[in-house]
Design a protein around this ligand. Structure first.
Ligand code: UDP
Length: 310
């Protein structure tokens, strides 16, 4: 198949590109390299099945050759990035998704939107099921990202129901692995770089807030299965094993062999207190469950980060 991936030079997008090329598909990566990087795809240089188009998909784009599938991942995704780029973030979710839906309609292509657990905001339902409507502050620091993705989901459903576009929607929970930007501010690259550089580990608040971390290969596997299934409403993808941020810091210190101290920093406004996906819907639709445990995934990520920092 010929498959478009917007944001294909980003962290998750580049792992998805690896997998689709390995499965024998042609991949067209569309990226404007705001948060993505060409170096994430350098392992495919010279591969005739990969086409890289530098383009900001908030502007229309017309591809002449037939497209079969579209994975729409493009967006700043770390809190620091989207707070630095709030308008671009809102535009890529709104105008970008609109342009991609136009492409899907013209090519009769199936399109998958990478939405997010952030649509649940600071959740009052725990763990979060797809049926939960969320608790989002539209005008808080996370509003630009949360509402961008919520709008994108609404647009997907409108095109599904009005134009019969073949849509898939996934809500991605915290995902980690090699190729995250070490300075993107997210907790995994932040703690790992601090541990490896001998700096104190910055815990925001008292560290009692929780997250559930999924290794990127498990997520990519789930994405491929969602694209192949027939379900057209949102599906959670993530790893349901939940850990407090303080325990997470201790785990990283242990695995990296570091003896650094932990220091507390103010908790950012609207930081969700807990997050854990209910993945029973995905598991009922197709055979899938995350296979890589936290220790194994963190070891792989720490080894990779050592190479980048050295
Ligand atoms: N966090 C932290 N120290 C850091 C970076 C993040 O304690 O240096 C916390 C943050 O407050 C949040 C959690 O780690 O509770 C996950 O943050 P991240 O930015 O990775 O993404 P989020 O899940 O909040 O979107």
């Amino acid at each position: 198949m010929r498959i478009v991936i917007t944001g294909g030079a980003g962290f998750i997008g580049s792992h998805l590109t690896d997998r689709l090329l390995q499965d024998g598909h042609q991949v067209v990566v569309i990226d404007n390299f705001v948060t993505g990087s060409r170096s994430n795809l350098q392992q495919h240089s010279g591969n005739p099945n990969l086409f890289i188009v530098e383009h900001n998909i908030t502007k229309p784009i017309f591809l002449a050759e037939k497209i079969d599938r579209i994975f729409h991942l493009a967006s700043p995704a770390s809190p620091i990035d989207y707070q630095k780029l709030p308008i671009q973030t809102l535009k890529v979710g709104a105008l970008g998704t609109h342009n991609l839906l136009g492409m899907a309609k013209a090519h009769k292509a199936r399109i998958l939107l990478a939405s997010t657990s952030e649509v649940y905001g600071d959740p009052e339902m725990h763990p979060q099921k797809e049926t939960y409507w969320g608790n989002v502050n539209p005008v808080g620091p996370r509003g630009c990202y949360d509402e961008s993705k919520r709008f994108a989901e609404a647009l997907m459903v409108a095109y599904r129901d009005y134009h019969q576009v073949d849509v898939r929607i996934i809500r991605i929970f915290n995902t980690y692995g090699p190729r995250m930007r070490l300075n993107d501010g997210r907790v995994v690259p932040a703690f790992i770089s601090q541990a490896l550089k001998g700096e104190p580990i910055t815990i925001f608040g008292n560290g009692s807030q929780t997250r559930s971390f999924c290794f990127v290969s498990d997520l990519v596997d789930g994405m491929i299965k969602v694209m192949a299934c027939e379900y057209k409403d949102p599906i959670n993808l993530g790893n349901p094993s939940e850990i407090s941020i303080r325990q997470f810091a201790e785990e990283i210190l242990k695995l990296s062999g570091s003896k650094n101290s932990l220091i507390e920093r103010p908790l950012p406004k609207d930081d969700p207190r807990r997050r854990r996906p209910d993945i029973s819907l995905a598991c009922s639709l197709f055979p899938w469950e995350p296979k890589i445990g936290l220790a194994e995934g963190l070891k792989k990520t720490i080894d990779w980060a050592r190479g980048v920092i050295a």
